[in-house]
Design a protein around this ligand. Sequence first.
Ligand SMILES: Cc1cc2nc3c(=O)[nH]c(=O)nc-3n(C[C@H](O)[C@H](O)[C@H](O)COP(=O)(O)OP(=O)(O)OC[C@H]3O[C@@H](n4cnc5c(N)ncnc54)[C@H](O)[C@@H]3O)c2cc1C
Length: 475
Amino acid sequence: MNRSDLLILGSGSTAFAAALRAQELGKTAVMTEERMIGGTCVNRGCLPSKNLIEAARLLHDAHNPRYPGLSPTQPQVDFASLVAQKDEVIHDYRRNRYESLIGDSIRIERGHVRFLDAHAVEVGGKRIEGERVLIATGARPIVPPIEGLAEVPYLTSDLLTSDEPLELMELPASLLIVGSGYIALELGQMFQRFGSEVTILERSEEILSRGYEPEVGPTVRAILEEEGVRFVTGATVRSVRRNGSGVVATVETRKGVEEHRAARLLVAIGRRPNSDQIELEKAGVSVGQSRQVLVDRHLRTNVPHIFAAGDVIGSESASQMATPVGSHDGGIAAFNALSGEEPRSVDHRVIPRTIFTDPQVAVVGLTEEEAIAAGNLCWCNTLPMSLVPRAGAIRDTRGIIKMVADAKTDEVLGVSMVAPNAGEVIHEAAMALRFRARLQDFIDQLHVYPTMAEALKIVAISRFKDPSRLSCCAE
Ligand SMILES: Cc1cc2nc3c(=O)[nH]c(=O)nc-3n(C[C@H](O)[C@H](O)[C@H](O)COP(=O)(O)OP(=O)(O)OC[C@H]3O[C@@H](n4cnc5c(N)ncnc54)[C@H](O)[C@@H]3O)c2cc1C
C-alpha cells in the first residue's frame, strides 16, 4: 500500500490530471495534500473568484443599466449569503470533480509532505514510496518584506478559500490592495462593485506594464477608475501599521510620502512556487532563481525519474501559472513518467490568458515588443471596440483590440483584447495562432453577425483598408 507507480506531491488540478492519466495507463497513483483536496483553482482561485465576480457584475449592471428606458435598481448585498453560496458551489465541484475520483488506483495521503530520498516521502507520519515521482505542489502568495506587515492582519489571494480560517466572511468598508496584477484587478473591481472603497497601490508607473501591450494597462485603468477604483502608481509601500481596527500604509511616490488608510489590506503582488518546504535537496532536484523546479521539454527534472508540472515550475519551458496549463502538462508528465513510450514534449507556444475584469482582458501569442525582439518585421494595429457592430448594438463600446502580424508573411503572431467576452473570443485567435493563420484567414473567415469576435476580422482588415468605412458584417 505504501508504494505506488506514481507518487505525486500535491493534489491540485495538475496532480489530478496526472493521477487520471496514470489510471488510464493501468498504473497506481498516490497524491499528498496538507490543505483542501483539489488545490488552489477549485478551493481558493479560479472557481470562487469567478463565482463572486459574476455576482458583482449583476449588481453593477442593476445599478447602472446601459439602456435609456431601464431604470437602476438597488439590490441589497448580503455578503455572508454570497459567501455561503460560493462555498456551496465549491463543495459540489470539489466533491464531483475531485474527491469522487479517488478510489483503488488513485489514493490520497493527508499531511505535509517532504522528501526522504529520491523515491520516498514522509507524509502524515508515513513513509510513501513511488517508482516515479511528480512534483505538483503549486504556488503560494508572495509576502513582501514590508516593515510592519507581520504585525497587521492582512489578506492574500487566499481570501476566497472555503473551510479554512483565511476565508473573508465580511465585506470590508474599504480595501487597500498592494499590487495590480490580474488577481488584484479582478478582486479590486469585484469589491468596489460590492460596495468597498478600493485603492490599488502599484510600484510601476502603469498597471499591467510587463507581459502586456502598452495599450492594455491604461485602458483597463480608465475603466476601473470610472467605476471608482483608485489607483496610486509609481508607489512603493514602505511600511504598514494598525489604525484602530484598520490599517495605514505609508507609501513613497514621486510626489512625496503619502499615507493611505483602509479597513483591510490585501497583499497581491504575485505567487511563488512551493518548492522550498519539501526538502527537495534530499531528492537532489534542482530549482531556479525564483525557486521554480527546473524541467526540460518533457517535464523531467535533473533526476530522471522525477517530473514536475503546474505552478511549481513557474515559467520554465515558457510555461505559465494557470490551471489549463498545469492540467494539460500533468497528463503529459504522467505519460512520460509511466508509459515507457517516446516522451511527449510540452507545447507552450500558444497559451491564451484572460483577466476576468469587466470588460475582460484576453491575450494570446506575442506582444509587438516580443515579436520585434524575436526578429520579426511587425505590422500591428490597435482599434477601439466602438468599431465593432455588436459593441454599438449593445451599448458597450469599452475596450480595444490589437493584432500583431509578421509584416512579410502576414502570419498573425499575437492578439490582445480588452472587451466584453474577450475571454471567449480569444480562442479563435488562439486556434489561428496554433495553425499559423494569416491576416487573410481572419478576413476570409465568415463571422457570426453581430458578435464581439468580429473585432478580429475588422482589425485584420485594417491592414488593407480603413476599418471605419465598412458596411455590415465587416465587408
Ligand atoms: C485568486 C486566484 C484566481 C485564479 N484564477 C484563475 C483563473 O481564472 N484561471 C486560471 O487558469 N488560473 C487561475 N488561477 C491560478 C490557478 O489557480 C493555478 O494556476 C492552479 O490552481 C495551479 O494548479 P497546481 O495543481 O499546479 O497547484 P495547486 O492547485 O496550488 O495545488 C498544489 C497543492 O499542493 C499542496 N501542497 C503544497 N506543498 C505541500 C506540502 N509540502 N505538503 C502537502 N501538500 C502541499 C497545496 O496545498 C495545494 O493544494 C487563480 C489563482 C488565484 C490565487
